[in-house]
Design a protein around this ligand. Structure first.
Ligand code: B16
Ligand code: MG
Length: 217
């Protein structure tokens, strides 16, 4: 069969949301306000520019274009100081088992992430060479929930959208997969991700039998 799989990065393969939160929080604090973990949920899967726009709205702060660019660069520098310390221990539990199963069964898989830092993160955790294709924030112009990132990934895998299975932790990402007419598998809470075709709290709850089932259907 010609099924292929597309993985989101942050929140699916690694938990970099905790580092994004620390870095955004520092930026907010430097500008004189604070952000909550709850607000951080709304930043998941959202591009860097959109994230900063949302945060500035929450803090009721306005920046000049030059200041905006400077703050984004500082945030990324700070975020990368955490990424720098990552290694394969950061791969979320249960992920490797699924990737190995796909590899053993010759099922191609790609990355479909909003992050411009995706390649460096994949190299840090030792998974860079495992992906058939990597589509990230550098390759697309329309952010999730626009399906562009997943459609480009499907294209690179030479697969039709109907044959793609997407693993996503964000609401925007699940919507993007659904809009692309792909099978969407949410990783996280059912409360947030009820629009997904299936939802699992994390990869340890996903059995090889389930993977086999969705590959066959
Ligand atoms: P960067 P994903 C997304 O990654 C994150 O969930 C989101 O919080 C972040 O703002 C976005 O990448 C951009 O990341 O600043 O590294 O370019 O979940 O799509 O893998
Ligand atoms: Mg994500």
């Amino acid at each position: 069969n010609n099924r292929v799989v597309i993985f989101d990065l942050d929140g699916v393969i690694v938990d970099t949301a905790k580092f994004h939160f620390l870095a955004w929080r520092k930026l907010a604090n430097d500008l004189g306000f604070d952000i909550t973990e709850e607000q951080n949920e709304e930043l998941k899967g959202v591009s860097r520019v959109h994230s900063l726009n949302k945060i500035l709205k929450w803090g009721e702060v306005e920046l000049t274009e030059a200041e905006f660019q400077k703050q984004m660069a500082l945030k990324n520098e700070n975020y990368l100081s955490y990424v720098e310390k990552m290694d394969q221990e950061e791969i979320l539990p249960g992920v490797t088992k699924v990737l190995d199963h796909l590899t053993e069964n010759n099922v191609p898989f790609a990355l479909g992430s909003a992050s411009k830092n995706a390649p460096v993160i994949l190299k840090k955790i030792g998974l860079y060479d495992r992906f058939e294709a990597i589509v990230d924030g550098n390759d697309v112009s329309k952010a999730k929930p626009d399906p562009e990132v997943f459609l480009v990934a499907a294209d690179k895998l030479r697969a039709s959208a109907a044959n793609c299975i997407v693993f996503e932790d964000s609401v925007a990402g699940v919507r993007a997969a659904n809009r692309a007419n792909m099978l969407s598998i949410g990783i996280g809470s059912r409360n947030n991700l009820h629009e997904a075709d299936y939802v699992f709290p994390d990869f340890t709850e996903i059995s090889i039998e389930f993977i086999e089932k969705i590959l066959r259907n």
